[in-house]
Design a protein around this ligand. Structure first.
Ligand SMILES: Nc1ncnc2c1ncn2[C@@H]1O[C@H](COP(=O)(O)OP(=O)(O)OP(=O)(O)O)[C@@H](O)[C@H]1O
Ligand SMILES: [Mg+2]
Length: 343
């Protein structure tokens, strides 16, 4: 094979790739490799460029044995870490070794997310389960003939079982929403009526919490295309959160606005704001609020029976409607959750 053909082939590889010759110098590197490892690397000894022991060993090994090798390469461009799976392959008919870098950061992250998710679910289920097991044991033993204690324990057990039931329900709902995320909803619906009826359902909860619930919407009906069950789920969770976590402010306002040219949607859209006057949310929590199981105040959320999945579900539903969810809050200043939907 001629040297220029070899160089052309290396530059055609759609990933950082370089060729190390028998003299242990980098003979050719493609543009992807230059931007990963630095511009002036051709002609340099590979060990002064690659530097990480694992990959130096792999390349040396391949040069010597003419066998394939592999290694991990971690790079950091200041802003983020990238993990590469590096493959070393001896090139037939030459003394050179081809080194190709494959970016596996996303795979690693997906794996980590899956492990975190399983750990989270197990933990969330184990807490009520442990409580149930404890009470069953007590009822079988010490509290067997204590009628008053038995009634109290059964009530706690029912609450814990409900919590598990809610968690499983939310997980299934999240799963369904995620799998449908790319399917556009196509049912015609009227938004103000839908929000009104959601608020009616939540009124008892608001009354119990001493919260005044109000709706301010345009007079004309707002017809649009969407999934009414899912949108109802969105407003239920947002208003329920505002009552549960922001109820100390005494009122929750829902304001609906139409606009012909929404800045976020670049077209006709409707904005639904859910505003509470409660304790608000610390800025450090805002970016992670829609992650599964993320709670800003985990003690309070658990105490109120929250699973921490509500906003994750909301976000997926809003995405499915090609909309956006915005959260504005400051500690002590209440919170504003805005759903922006294109029309
Ligand atoms: N209006 C709000 N004011 C203050 N904190 C809020 C508000 N809304 C949400 N949060 C915080 O965000 C967290 C996540 O909310 P999310 O709806 O995802 O979970 P949850 O309400 O705990 O559980 P679920 O909705 O599944 O019952 C809450 O636990 C709470 O700490
Ligand atoms: Mg919630």
């Amino acid at each position: 094979m001629t040297d220029t053909l070899l160089a052309d082939l290396v530059s055609a590889i759609p990933a950082p790739a370089l060729l190390v010759g028998q003299t242990e110098r980098i003979v050719v590197a493609n543009t992807e490799a230059l931007s990963l490892l630095g511009q002036a690397i051709e002609g340099r000894h590979f060990a002064t460029i690659l530097r990480q022991p694992q990959i130096i060993d792999a390349v040396e090994q391949s040069l010597r044995s003419k066998e394939p090798g592999r290694a991990r390469h971690l790079s950091n461009d200041g802003a983020q870490d990238t993990t590469f799976e590096v493959q070393c392959r001896p090139v037939n008919g030459t003394d050179a070794v081809l080194v190709v870098f494959q970016d596996v950061t996303h795979l690693e992250q997906a794996g980590q997310m899956r492990r975190d998710f399983v750990a989270n679910v197990s933990h969330e289920l184990r807490t009520p389960l442990t409580a149930l097991m404890g009470f069953i044991e007590t009822l079988q033993g010490p509290a067997r003939d204590d009628t008053a204690a038995r009634d109290r324990f059964l009530q706690i057990m029912a609450d814990e079982a409900n919590r598990m039931n809610r968690l499983v329900g939310d997980l299934l709902s999240l799963n369904r929403v995620e799998s449908e995320e790319r399917v556009r909803p196509k049912e015609p619906l009227e938004l103000t009526g839908l929000i009104q009826s959601t608020l009616n359902t939540l009124r008892p909860l608001a009354d119990d919490a001493g919260v005044e619930l109000s709706l301010d919407a345009p007079n004309e009906p707002i017809t649009m295309v969407g999934d009414s069950d899912q949108l109802r789920q969105v407003f239920t969770n947002l208003v329920e959160n505002a009552i549960k976590y922001g109820g100390s402010g005494g009122r929750v306002d829902v304001i609906v606005n139409l606009s012909e040219r929404d800045t976020a949607m670049r077209g006709p859209a409707v904005r639904i704001k859910i505003i509470d006057q409660g304790p608000g949310i610390d800025a450090k929590h805002l970016p992670r609020l829609t992650e599964r199981f993320y709670r800003a105040d985990s003690h309070r959320s658990r105490e109120l029976g929250g699973t921490g999945l509500g906003l994750a579900i909301v976000k997926h539903i809003v995405n499915r409607h090609r909309g956006r969810l915005k959260v504005d809050s400051e500690l002590g200043q209440g919170a504003v959750f805005t759903v922006i939907l294109p029309r």
